[in-house]
Design a protein around this ligand. Sequence first.
Ligand code: HSE
Length: 434
Amino acid sequence: MKDCINVGLLGAGTVGGGVLQVMERNASDIAKKVGLPVRVLKICDRQLEAMKKEFGDGYEYTAEADDVLTDPRIDIVAELIGREHPAKEFIQKALEQGKNVVTANKDVIAKFGGELLELAQAKGLDLLFEASVCGGIPIISPLKTSMAANKIKSIMGIVNGTTNYMLSKMQDEHLDYDAVLKEAQAKGYAESDPTADVGGLDAARKIVILSSIAFNTRVSLEDVHIEGIEKIEACDIKYAQDMGYVVKLLALAKNGPKYGVSVAVQPTMLPMDHPLASVNGVFNAVFIQGDAIGEAMFLGLGAGRYPTASSVCGDIIETARNILRHSTGRIGCGCFEEKRLCPPDKMHYPTYIRMKVADQPGALAAIAAAFGAQNVSLRNVLQKNRKGDEFAEVVVITHSVPETNLATAVQVLSVLPMVKKVCTVIRVEDRTLD
Ligand code: HSE
């Protein structure tokens, strides 16, 4: 008979340290919920001496992952070192050694989730990864359990706190992208190398994980159309506001009954009354549409020591309960459907386009003709003249049109003699324009 569930921790940095603190602080409640005490037995980290100093004598320490992965006393390995390698190999080895795994690693799950989940299933083990998407927000577990009866039609998420903070600042304080990025870096909200966040890759990994679960099919990073926020200017946010929209970096996944799955990370204009439009600062949110649930939104902190630890600890508790009831491996990979990717000519949405245009007779007519020739119908047209600028700024919002028609129209516009530059193209999500 077991008298305790033992956890081995790989990585005791920001998140790992949070896990240790939460497990310790709430140990007695957790033991009651599980039916046995759950304790971290061993910690693996390269900073051995610093770890011992920070976390004290109550744990065993090692700098070798194998000391955790092959320790027969350990029931659950919590992988919290991040990045693809060697984290993937550690997870794989833990499973091969018969250990259940909890991880916060979106890089590994987005890329190797399918094969690792299959391995876990073959071994009858749990591989849980709630913290890999949106830190503290429970979204994977609800998709796999409470909402499992639904056909999920769409997921729209603000899943990157750095870019949401930056866009909110640009909106509230009318600041430029560069100024906001510098400020976010100084405050520690943006990394010194912010490429993965501002370029959309971080959000893409998260929507790959969510859409694979929601649509029962293996979506990969190559399937995602990725655009970051680097080209968004303060004036786009202002014009959007003037027209009743806010600009958000959205992760969007749709599963149409006719043409299949489309997945994108794109700056997107949302009507101000959309539930996601008021999600500001470092907050994350995921908005789901299902055939039974209707619409549901999950909101919370998508990063940070304790919110992320909350999800990791929840997975540890779930796994510990499963171990005691001999029911690990119940919910594995759910990708039983073949993927059908929606072709671009079947993707329809309205679009915002801002251009610098020569302020001369016939310019607007030529622009309208270029749109018309591609069957792109215009809904709003706005012209702004700035003092001292020989060019006018023309902003249009189209009706919902196929992506391919829009792309051709933009190409044609960019080479028109009176169009100096097509500055910004932003997708608009507005059901009233469909
Ligand atoms: N860098 C991410 C964000 C958190 O800004 O939301 C970790 O995925």
